[in-house]
Design a protein around this ligand. Structure first.
Ligand SMILES: [Zn+2]
Ligand SMILES: [Zn+2]
Length: 436
């Protein structure tokens, strides 16, 4: 069956769509030149994604590329012209004057052009100057007003990462501090790779907002795009229904967030800003530091976090400044330990290429061997998401025993992981008994 009908059919069978609203185009900094619509569509089809945020919707050259490659599908929704039934919605990211990133959606691509021209005139800047993510001398609350005036929706991007995020250390500890009276008007909070719903719900203020889990991918590589997504129940895929689903109104709603197991995230743990060693809290640590780690006593954790915030504690290895990772930052501003029972389920996942790299004892998932193994497995078992989330474990084990064992543990949230931090992704541990 050609991919064109396959995706559409899958969507109808699932009656829910898999959406990744935050990516960056080839025009953004530090992105792959392959971040173009045909490649993004091809990869999305492989992974099992249906709806993708265009990203970079204020960049004129990206808008040109979108116009050449997409056709209108439904109100505010576009379809790739080529051989993959992948849908797109206009999204982008802006950095405000406090260096906070905000993710926004717009009703259509034309609005992207209008808004970009408005900013260009207003601030007298070349909107393509900063790649796909413009840096504007604008406050967060004013940005909210403007995006709403243009019919869009907006929320803080990767809210807890140590850089360029609303809740980063020594910045804000509530939405209200950042958005002022417009905090109530925020439409969602994007979690980012190193957090999940359970971590974020430790801040009770956030209980009132829907969470988005997006990949923020910079390359169309397996394991990057789609490493996070939102599973949404929607009757007809159009702009209005996407908005309604975030509000959880009517029959449209986010039914699951799927995201990278947060301990694998590269900003999960606290770290030294200079030597990038990660902090590991242990009972009776034998050393103060080692190759990639700094060790602190588990019992002193609270005090250590406070010292780091006050910049009083230095790295024992290099005397560099220590920085809070996502986990410690959240615990430092946490306001509740209650469980939010209304929150939709969050599935912690490990992308299959990452699992295969570990099984094959390879350093990188972006290798030929992994690609071959991935192709073989997805041919036998279906799309990546269906394997990670739905396929009976016994079927996966028949094809690859170790993969089946790992996915089984992953679904039970029992994976053993060396936590990531300081810009270095975490690592999956496979007990010797699990290896084939
Ligand atoms: Zn960002
Ligand atoms: Zn250091």
């Amino acid at each position: 069956m050609p991919p064109l009908t396959q995706n559409k059919q899958n969507r109808e069978e699932k009656s829910s769509i898999f959406a990744d609203f935050h990516i960056h185009s080839c025009f953004s900094y530090a992105t792959s030149k392959d971040m173009i619509i045909p490649r993004i569509s091809e990869l999305s089809s492989k992974i099992g994604l249906d709806l993708i945020g265009t990203g970079d919707i204020l960049h004129s050259k990206w808008i040109e590329h979108l116009s050449e490659n997409l056709i209108r599908h439904e109100e505010g929704i576009y379809k790739f012209k080529g051989n993959h039934e992948i849908l797109f919605i206009a999204t982008g990211e802006i950095e405000d004057k406090e260096s906070i990133h905000h993710l926004f959606f717009l009703p259509n691509i034309e609005t992207g052009t209008e808004l970009s021209l408005m900013f260009e005139r207003r601030y007298n800047i070349d909107m393509n100057k900063y790649g796909g993510r413009p840096i504007l001398p604008i406050s967060a609350d004013e940005l909210v007003e403007i995006i709403h005036d243009y019919g869009g929706i907006i929320g803080p991007a990767h809210a807890f990462t140590p850089f360029k995020a609303i809740f980063r250390s020594n910045k804000y500890s509530s939405l209200k501090e950042c958005y002022g009276d417009r905090a109530d008007k925020i439409d969602f909070v994007e979690l980012g790779l190193s957090a999940n719903s359970q971590l974020a719900d430790q801040i009770s203020e956030l209980w009132n907002y829907p969470y988005l889990s997006n990949s923020d991918s910079h390359s169309p590589n397996l394991g990057k795009m789609g490493r996070e997504c939102n599973i949404i129940k929607m009757d007809t895929i159009n702009y209005e229904n996407v908005l309604m689903s975030l509000k959880g109104k009517g029959r449209n709603k986010i039914i699951k967030n799927v995201g990278l197991e947060p301990r694998l995230g590269k900003y999960h743990g606290s770290f030294c800003f200079k030597c990038r060693r990660r902090i590991s809290y242990e009972d009776n640590p034998k050393k103060t530091f080692y190759e990639n780690f700094i060790f602190f006593e588990q019992g002193n954790k609270k005090a250590i976090i406070e010292e780091i915030i006050k910049k009083k504690l230095r790295c024992p290895a290099c005397t560099g400044l220590l920085k809070l990772g996502v986990k410690d930052r959240i615990s430092s501003i946490a306001t509740t330990s209650d469980v939010n029972m209304d929150r939709s389920k969050y599935c912690n996942i490990v992308p299959i290429p990452e699992i295969l790299a570990v099984i094959l004892k390879l350093k990188s998932a972006n290798t030929k061997k992994v690609k071959i193994a991935y192709k073989e497995i997805t041919l036998k078992l279906g799309s990546e998401y269906s394997i990670l989330l739905d396929k009976p474990i016994s079927e996966i084990k028949k094809v690859n025993l170790t993969l089946g064992n790992i996915i089984e543990k992953m679904r039970e949230n029992k994976l053993e992981i060396i936590e990531g931090g300081g810009g270095i992704f975490g690592k999956l541990k496979i007990p010797p008994s699990q290896q084939e």
